[in-house]
Design a protein around this ligand. Structure first.
Ligand SMILES: [Ca+2]
Ligand SMILES: [Ca+2]
Length: 392
């Protein structure tokens, strides 16, 4: 039985059932034919600012599917924002308490439904499928959101619900994912499949059968370089077989170690990361700060929601927005012009080089706007010349 849910389309053109807030929606089926198991599949639409495991104020934001009088098929938190926060993670594809994953892990669509918050698209779609033992002629499925804030802030919807009573060939609910491990680590590949419940598994390494690796998970202990490569798995039952795309295990000789950490205060909400050039990055709400020791504190308003320096205009510290060189043009008379994008009221040095090694100053800018044009009337004398804008 397939139930088309096209009753409404709250935002945009997509028609689906919803949006729903915290609460339970029931799907009841009667007069089912004789069967020993049921498979249900559907699209779960996660709308607006779900907070995943969240914190004491905002989460966890949980969605569940259960069988009335029977088992819980899923009880997972979902994270729909791109905020980087040490407390933010979603449990899906694992149940709450069993996994910490990045926001939108496992989503098959991102920002396709037209929902937005603070001008930014915030929606995702998950395709879910479950098989469970069931024998009676009636069935009630319970779809529920739990712990959500107002429906204008966090809601969900359903589409393309299919319920099948009886045996089915296996289908992949979620294939294994690429893994990264250090020497000596333990690493695990996992596959989740739906379909008739007599499922069996066989794992392969570079296409060669791995003896005795016949579970839904493949665990490798004491990882060595020889373990690096391509893994895949066959899932089969009495009615058919499905094979996954190969995924890779990458092995590194040493795990990057965090050598230090500083306490972060109000507005700074994630542990720092160090870039290749030594720049230290930390983030707060909607902002990423780059602290560069060679030129003092710098800031960058990327990548949380918008690349827009105005979002950091209220920063409490004397941050400096690094200049960007845009729109290089060789004019018809052979002179060269470019646009320096930076902050209002800053001093930037425009430098030139014949070879990207030795640099000399072309001009010093004192900006009176976000965009400042610069011309190099001398450019006709050079076969090639490189330009950069730096903080003096
Ligand atoms: Ca929220
Ligand atoms: Ca929430």
């Amino acid at each position: 039985m397939v139930i088309a849910l096209d009753g409404c389309h709250p935002v945009g053109a997509r028609r689906f059932l919803g949006p729903f807030a915290t609460g339970t929606n029931l799907l009841g089926l009667t007069n089912l034919p004789s069967h020993s198991e049921v498979t249900v599949s559907f699209d779960l639409l996660i709308l607006l600012t779900w907070d995943g495991n969240g914190d004491s104020d905002n989460g966890p934001d949980i969605w569940t599917l259960s069988v009335a009088g029977g088992q819980t098929l899923l009880r997972a938190s979902f994270l729909n924002t791109f905020l980087i926060d040490k407390n933010s993670a979603q449990s899906y594809p694992d149940d709450v308490g069993l996994g910490l994953h990045d926001g939108r892990t496992g989503a098959v669509e991102n920002n396709t439904l037209g929902y937005s918050w603070n001008g930014c698209s915030v929606d995702s779609v998950y395709h879910l499928t479950f098989t469970f033992p069931h024998t009676t002629s009636s069935l009630i499925l319970k779809f529920a959101g739990m712990g959500l804030q107002a429906a204008t802030d966090e809601s969900w919807g359903l589409d393309n619900i299919a319920v099948f009573a009886g045996p089915l060939p296996p289908t992949l609910a979620r294939g294994p994912q690429n893994q990264y491990a250090s020497l000596g680590d333990v690493t695990t590949f996992a596959v989740r499949a739906a379909g008739s419940l007599d499922l069996s598994y066989q794992w392969f390494f570079h296409g060669a059968l791995l003896p005795a690796q016949t579970n839904a998970t493949l665990t490798i202990t004491n990882v060595q370089f020889t373990h690096a490569g391509a893994y895949s798995v066959w899932v089969s039952n009495s009615f058919g077989m499905v094979e996954t795309q190969p995924v890779s295990l990458s092995v590194f000789d040493r795990k990057p170690e965090k050598s230090w950490e500083f306490a972060t205060g109000s507005g700074i909400s994630c542990p720092p990361a160090v870039g290749r050039d030594g720049t230290v990055y930390v983030c707060g709400s909607y902002k990423l700060y780059a602290l560069k020791t060679s030129s003092g504190l710098a800031k960058s308003a990327w990548p949380m929601f918008r690349h827009d320096p105005r979002h950091t205009a209220n920063a409490a510290m004397p941050f400096v927005f690094p200049p960007t060189v845009l729109a290089p043009v060789v004019q018809s008379d052979g002179t060269f012009s470019l646009d320096v994008y930076g902050e209002f009221g800053r001093n930037y040095q425009i430098e030139v080089s014949p070879d990207l090694n030795s640099w000399t100053t072309l001009t010093n800018l004192s900006t009176t706007a976000l965009h400042t044009p610069v011309s190099d009337l001398d450019a006709t004398h050079f076969r090639q010349r490189f330009y950069r804008a730096v903080l003096p």
